[in-house]
Design a protein around this ligand. Structure first.
Ligand SMILES: *[C@@H]1O[C@H](CO)[C@@H](O)[C@H](O)[C@H]1NC(C)=O
Ligand SMILES: *[C@@H]1O[C@H](CO)[C@@H](O)[C@H](O)[C@H]1NC(C)=O
Ligand SMILES: [Zn+2]
Length: 286
Protein backbone atom coordinates (compact mmCIF):
# COMPACT_ATOMS: atom_id res chain seq x y z
CA UNK A 1 0.00 0.00 0.00
CA UNK A 2 2.71 2.46 1.02
CA UNK A 3 4.76 1.42 -1.96
CA UNK A 4 1.82 1.91 -4.26
CA UNK A 5 1.16 5.43 -3.06
CA UNK A 6 4.85 6.35 -3.36
CA UNK A 7 4.69 5.17 -6.96
CA UNK A 8 1.56 7.24 -7.49
CA UNK A 9 3.34 10.32 -6.15
CA UNK A 10 6.35 9.66 -8.39
CA UNK A 11 4.09 9.28 -11.42
CA UNK A 12 2.20 12.45 -10.54
CA UNK A 13 5.49 14.34 -10.30
CA UNK A 14 6.58 12.96 -13.66
CA UNK A 15 3.33 14.26 -15.16
CA UNK A 16 4.11 17.72 -13.85
CA UNK A 17 7.36 17.96 -15.76
CA UNK A 18 5.72 17.66 -19.18
CA UNK A 19 5.92 20.24 -21.94
CA UNK A 20 4.69 23.85 -21.62
CA UNK A 21 3.91 22.19 -18.34
CA UNK A 22 0.36 21.25 -17.59
CA UNK A 23 -0.17 24.74 -16.20
CA UNK A 24 0.68 26.45 -19.49
CA UNK A 25 -1.53 24.18 -21.59
CA UNK A 26 -4.48 24.33 -19.23
CA UNK A 27 -4.20 28.12 -18.97
CA UNK A 28 -4.22 28.41 -22.76
CA UNK A 29 -7.31 26.17 -22.90
CA UNK A 30 -9.20 28.13 -20.24
CA UNK A 31 -8.42 31.43 -22.01
CA UNK A 32 -9.73 29.96 -25.27
CA UNK A 33 -12.91 28.81 -23.49
CA UNK A 34 -13.44 32.44 -22.43
CA UNK A 35 -13.38 33.68 -26.04
CA UNK A 36 -15.00 31.01 -28.27
CA UNK A 37 -18.46 31.60 -29.72
CA UNK A 38 -21.21 29.64 -28.00
CA UNK A 39 -21.74 27.59 -31.19
CA UNK A 40 -18.02 26.68 -31.07
CA UNK A 41 -18.38 25.61 -27.47
CA UNK A 42 -21.22 23.23 -28.44
CA UNK A 43 -19.23 21.95 -31.43
CA UNK A 44 -16.23 21.12 -29.21
CA UNK A 45 -18.27 19.71 -26.33
CA UNK A 46 -20.10 17.38 -28.72
CA UNK A 47 -16.86 16.06 -30.25
CA UNK A 48 -15.24 15.56 -26.85
CA UNK A 49 -18.39 14.20 -25.18
CA UNK A 50 -17.76 16.61 -22.31
CA UNK A 51 -20.25 19.32 -21.39
CA UNK A 52 -18.35 20.36 -18.27
CA UNK A 53 -16.96 23.87 -17.72
CA UNK A 54 -13.41 22.60 -18.36
CA UNK A 55 -14.05 20.81 -21.66
CA UNK A 56 -10.92 22.17 -23.40
CA UNK A 57 -8.69 22.29 -20.29
CA UNK A 58 -9.51 18.63 -19.59
CA UNK A 59 -7.85 17.55 -22.86
CA UNK A 60 -5.09 20.17 -23.08
CA UNK A 61 -2.25 17.88 -21.93
CA UNK A 62 -3.47 14.59 -23.43
CA UNK A 63 -0.96 14.85 -26.32
CA UNK A 64 1.95 14.91 -23.86
CA UNK A 65 0.88 11.51 -22.46
CA UNK A 66 -0.09 10.06 -25.83
CA UNK A 67 3.39 10.63 -27.30
CA UNK A 68 4.86 8.24 -24.71
CA UNK A 69 2.53 5.37 -25.73
CA UNK A 70 3.38 2.86 -28.47
CA UNK A 71 0.34 3.96 -30.45
CA UNK A 72 1.25 7.63 -30.13
CA UNK A 73 5.00 7.59 -30.63
CA UNK A 74 4.64 8.89 -34.19
CA UNK A 75 3.23 12.12 -32.75
CA UNK A 76 6.34 13.11 -30.73
CA UNK A 77 7.52 15.36 -33.55
CA UNK A 78 4.14 17.16 -33.66
CA UNK A 79 5.02 19.18 -30.53
CA UNK A 80 7.64 21.43 -32.13
CA UNK A 81 9.34 22.71 -35.27
CA UNK A 82 13.15 22.60 -35.12
CA UNK A 83 14.15 25.98 -36.57
CA UNK A 84 17.69 25.72 -37.93
CA UNK A 85 18.39 29.39 -37.33
CA UNK A 86 21.33 30.94 -35.50
CA UNK A 87 20.21 32.46 -32.19
CA UNK A 88 20.77 34.88 -30.62
CA UNK A 89 22.29 36.43 -33.78
CA UNK A 90 19.46 35.57 -36.13
CA UNK A 91 16.10 33.92 -35.65
CA UNK A 92 13.63 32.57 -38.20
CA UNK A 93 11.51 29.54 -39.06
CA UNK A 94 11.29 28.07 -42.55
CA UNK A 95 8.65 25.39 -43.13
CA UNK A 96 10.46 23.56 -45.94
CA UNK A 97 13.82 23.66 -44.17
CA UNK A 98 12.67 22.95 -40.63
CA UNK A 99 9.62 20.65 -40.65
CA UNK A 100 11.31 17.34 -41.41
CA UNK A 101 9.99 14.20 -43.15
CA UNK A 102 8.23 12.80 -40.07
CA UNK A 103 6.27 16.04 -39.65
CA UNK A 104 6.23 18.84 -37.09
CA UNK A 105 3.82 21.09 -35.21
CA UNK A 106 2.91 22.93 -38.40
CA UNK A 107 2.14 19.88 -40.56
CA UNK A 108 0.15 18.48 -37.63
CA UNK A 109 -1.95 21.66 -37.48
CA UNK A 110 -2.75 21.16 -41.17
CA UNK A 111 -3.64 17.48 -40.72
CA UNK A 112 -5.78 17.84 -37.61
CA UNK A 113 -7.52 21.02 -38.76
CA UNK A 114 -8.51 19.27 -41.99
CA UNK A 115 -9.84 16.23 -40.11
CA UNK A 116 -12.03 18.57 -38.01
CA UNK A 117 -13.20 20.46 -41.11
CA UNK A 118 -13.93 17.38 -43.23
CA UNK A 119 -15.17 14.79 -40.73
CA UNK A 120 -16.15 16.30 -37.38
CA UNK A 121 -18.42 13.32 -36.67
CA UNK A 122 -15.70 10.72 -37.17
CA UNK A 123 -13.85 9.00 -34.35
CA UNK A 124 -10.59 10.68 -35.55
CA UNK A 125 -12.09 14.08 -34.74
CA UNK A 126 -11.72 13.49 -31.00
CA UNK A 127 -7.93 13.18 -31.08
CA UNK A 128 -7.71 15.83 -33.80
CA UNK A 129 -9.35 18.39 -31.51
CA UNK A 130 -7.11 17.40 -28.59
CA UNK A 131 -4.06 17.86 -30.83
CA UNK A 132 -5.15 21.30 -32.05
CA UNK A 133 -5.72 22.51 -28.48
CA UNK A 134 -2.29 21.24 -27.43
CA UNK A 135 -0.21 22.16 -30.47
CA UNK A 136 -1.30 25.81 -30.56
CA UNK A 137 -0.11 25.97 -26.96
CA UNK A 138 3.27 24.40 -27.73
CA UNK A 139 3.78 26.69 -30.73
CA UNK A 140 3.73 29.67 -28.35
CA UNK A 141 6.62 28.38 -26.22
CA UNK A 142 9.65 29.93 -27.98
CA UNK A 143 11.84 26.85 -27.44
CA UNK A 144 9.27 24.66 -29.24
CA UNK A 145 10.24 26.66 -32.34
CA UNK A 146 14.00 26.19 -32.00
CA UNK A 147 16.50 23.46 -32.89
CA UNK A 148 19.47 24.65 -30.79
CA UNK A 149 20.39 22.05 -28.10
CA UNK A 150 17.12 20.18 -28.71
CA UNK A 151 15.08 23.30 -28.04
CA UNK A 152 17.19 24.18 -25.02
CA UNK A 153 16.76 20.74 -23.36
CA UNK A 154 20.54 20.32 -23.64
CA UNK A 155 21.32 23.61 -21.89
CA UNK A 156 21.74 22.91 -18.16
CA UNK A 157 20.72 25.79 -15.91
CA UNK A 158 20.19 26.59 -12.25
CA UNK A 159 16.75 27.84 -11.29
CA UNK A 160 15.92 28.70 -7.70
CA UNK A 161 18.96 26.70 -6.57
CA UNK A 162 17.90 23.55 -8.47
CA UNK A 163 19.55 22.00 -11.52
CA UNK A 164 17.25 21.83 -14.53
CA UNK A 165 17.42 22.86 -18.17
CA UNK A 166 16.48 25.94 -20.17
CA UNK A 167 13.57 24.27 -21.96
CA UNK A 168 12.07 23.15 -18.68
CA UNK A 169 12.10 26.57 -17.02
CA UNK A 170 10.23 28.03 -20.02
CA UNK A 171 7.76 25.11 -20.03
CA UNK A 172 7.13 24.98 -16.31
CA UNK A 173 9.20 26.72 -13.63
CA UNK A 174 8.73 30.32 -14.73
CA UNK A 175 4.99 30.13 -15.62
CA UNK A 176 4.32 28.23 -12.38
CA UNK A 177 6.13 30.91 -10.37
CA UNK A 178 4.11 33.63 -12.10
CA UNK A 179 0.80 31.82 -11.61
CA UNK A 180 1.52 30.63 -8.08
CA UNK A 181 1.31 26.87 -8.64
CA UNK A 182 0.52 24.15 -11.17
CA UNK A 183 -2.95 22.77 -10.39
CA UNK A 184 -5.97 23.10 -12.70
CA UNK A 185 -7.55 25.62 -10.33
CA UNK A 186 -4.40 27.78 -10.51
CA UNK A 187 -4.57 27.51 -14.31
CA UNK A 188 -8.18 28.66 -14.22
CA UNK A 189 -7.45 31.76 -12.14
CA UNK A 190 -4.28 32.58 -14.12
CA UNK A 191 -6.41 32.32 -17.28
CA UNK A 192 -8.89 34.73 -15.72
CA UNK A 193 -6.13 37.25 -14.98
CA UNK A 194 -4.78 37.05 -18.54
CA UNK A 195 -8.32 37.16 -19.99
CA UNK A 196 -8.96 40.44 -18.18
CA UNK A 197 -5.75 41.83 -19.65
CA UNK A 198 -7.05 40.88 -23.11
CA UNK A 199 -10.55 42.28 -22.69
CA UNK A 200 -9.86 45.52 -20.80
CA UNK A 201 -6.21 45.62 -19.76
CA UNK A 202 -2.71 45.90 -21.20
CA UNK A 203 -3.36 43.59 -24.17
CA UNK A 204 -6.73 45.00 -25.23
CA UNK A 205 -5.34 47.36 -27.86
CA UNK A 206 -3.11 44.63 -29.33
CA UNK A 207 -5.51 41.73 -29.58
CA UNK A 208 -6.79 42.56 -33.06
CA UNK A 209 -3.25 42.30 -34.41
CA UNK A 210 -2.87 38.87 -32.78
CA UNK A 211 -5.19 37.26 -35.32
CA UNK A 212 -3.87 39.14 -38.31
CA UNK A 213 -3.22 36.81 -41.25
CA UNK A 214 -5.41 34.03 -39.82
CA UNK A 215 -6.76 31.93 -42.71
CA UNK A 216 -8.75 28.71 -42.30
CA UNK A 217 -7.89 27.80 -45.92
CA UNK A 218 -4.19 27.89 -45.06
CA UNK A 219 -3.38 26.27 -41.69
CA UNK A 220 0.32 26.10 -42.58
CA UNK A 221 0.68 29.82 -43.32
CA UNK A 222 -1.39 30.68 -40.24
CA UNK A 223 0.54 28.54 -37.79
CA UNK A 224 3.83 29.66 -39.36
CA UNK A 225 2.93 33.27 -38.43
CA UNK A 226 2.50 32.09 -34.83
CA UNK A 227 5.68 29.97 -34.83
CA UNK A 228 7.74 32.89 -36.19
CA UNK A 229 6.24 35.20 -33.60
CA UNK A 230 7.33 32.92 -30.72
CA UNK A 231 10.67 31.99 -32.31
CA UNK A 232 11.59 35.69 -32.48
CA UNK A 233 11.73 35.73 -28.68
CA UNK A 234 14.51 33.10 -28.74
CA UNK A 235 16.77 35.90 -30.03
CA UNK A 236 15.35 38.84 -28.06
CA UNK A 237 14.67 37.20 -24.68
CA UNK A 238 15.51 33.49 -24.27
CA UNK A 239 19.16 33.53 -25.39
CA UNK A 240 20.10 37.20 -25.75
CA UNK A 241 22.14 37.21 -22.51
CA UNK A 242 24.46 34.64 -24.08
CA UNK A 243 25.24 31.08 -22.98
CA UNK A 244 28.06 32.14 -20.64
CA UNK A 245 25.52 34.10 -18.54
CA UNK A 246 22.78 31.48 -18.85
CA UNK A 247 25.16 28.70 -17.78
CA UNK A 248 26.41 30.49 -14.71
CA UNK A 249 23.52 32.51 -13.27
CA UNK A 250 20.52 31.42 -11.19
CA UNK A 251 17.75 32.24 -13.67
CA UNK A 252 15.05 32.78 -11.03
CA UNK A 253 16.23 36.39 -10.56
CA UNK A 254 16.74 39.01 -13.29
CA UNK A 255 16.24 36.46 -16.07
CA UNK A 256 12.81 35.53 -14.68
CA UNK A 257 11.89 39.21 -14.29
CA UNK A 258 12.62 40.04 -17.92
CA UNK A 259 10.98 36.82 -19.18
CA UNK A 260 7.67 37.03 -17.32
CA UNK A 261 6.05 39.70 -19.52
CA UNK A 262 7.11 37.71 -22.58
CA UNK A 263 5.71 34.30 -21.62
CA UNK A 264 2.56 35.82 -20.16
CA UNK A 265 1.75 37.61 -23.40
CA UNK A 266 2.57 34.45 -25.39
CA UNK A 267 0.22 32.35 -23.21
CA UNK A 268 -2.50 34.99 -23.66
CA UNK A 269 -1.93 35.04 -27.42
CA UNK A 270 -2.06 31.25 -27.62
CA UNK A 271 -5.44 31.16 -25.86
CA UNK A 272 -6.89 34.01 -27.92
CA UNK A 273 -5.62 32.51 -31.20
CA UNK A 274 -6.86 29.04 -30.25
CA UNK A 275 -10.34 30.47 -29.71
CA UNK A 276 -10.24 32.23 -33.08
CA UNK A 277 -9.03 29.07 -34.83
CA UNK A 278 -11.72 26.90 -33.22
CA UNK A 279 -14.36 29.46 -34.21
CA UNK A 280 -13.21 29.20 -37.83
CA UNK A 281 -13.14 25.41 -37.71
CA UNK A 282 -16.64 25.22 -36.23
CA UNK A 283 -17.95 27.75 -38.76
CA UNK A 284 -16.46 25.99 -41.82
CA UNK A 285 -16.81 22.38 -40.71
CA UNK A 286 -18.97 20.20 -42.92
C1 LIG B 1 -2.71 12.72 -39.61
O1 LIG B 1 -3.29 12.24 -38.39
C2 LIG B 1 -3.48 10.84 -38.35
C3 LIG B 1 -4.22 10.52 -37.04
O2 LIG B 1 -3.45 10.87 -35.92
C4 LIG B 1 -2.14 10.14 -38.45
O3 LIG B 1 -2.32 8.74 -38.46
C5 LIG B 1 -1.42 10.60 -39.71
O4 LIG B 1 -0.13 10.04 -39.72
C6 LIG B 1 -1.33 12.11 -39.76
N1 LIG B 1 -0.74 12.54 -41.03
C7 LIG B 1 0.20 13.47 -41.09
C8 LIG B 1 0.70 13.77 -42.47
O5 LIG B 1 0.64 14.06 -40.12
C1 LIG C 1 26.92 26.41 -21.87
O1 LIG C 1 26.48 25.08 -21.58
C2 LIG C 1 26.15 24.31 -22.75
C3 LIG C 1 25.62 22.95 -22.30
O2 LIG C 1 24.80 23.03 -21.16
C4 LIG C 1 27.36 24.16 -23.65
O3 LIG C 1 26.99 23.51 -24.82
C5 LIG C 1 27.93 25.54 -23.97
O4 LIG C 1 29.16 25.38 -24.67
C6 LIG C 1 28.17 26.37 -22.71
N1 LIG C 1 28.59 27.72 -23.18
C7 LIG C 1 29.29 28.58 -22.45
C8 LIG C 1 29.66 29.84 -23.13
O5 LIG C 1 29.62 28.33 -21.30
ZN1 LIG D 1 3.66 19.22 -26.09
Amino acid sequence: MARFSLLAVALAQLQLTHAWGNLGHETVAYIAQNFVASSTKSFCQKILGDDSTSYLANVATWADSYKYTDAGEFSKVFHYIDALDDPPKSCGVDYDRDCGDAGCSISAMLNYTNILLDSPDSSEAVDALKFVVHIIGDTHQPLHDENLEVGGNGIDVIYDGEETNLHHIWDSNMPEDAAGGYTPSVAKSYAQLLTTRITTGAYSSKKTSWTSGIDIDDPVATSMIWARDANGFVCTTVLDDGLAYINSTDLSGDYYDKSQPVFEELIAKAGYRLAAWLDLIAEHSS
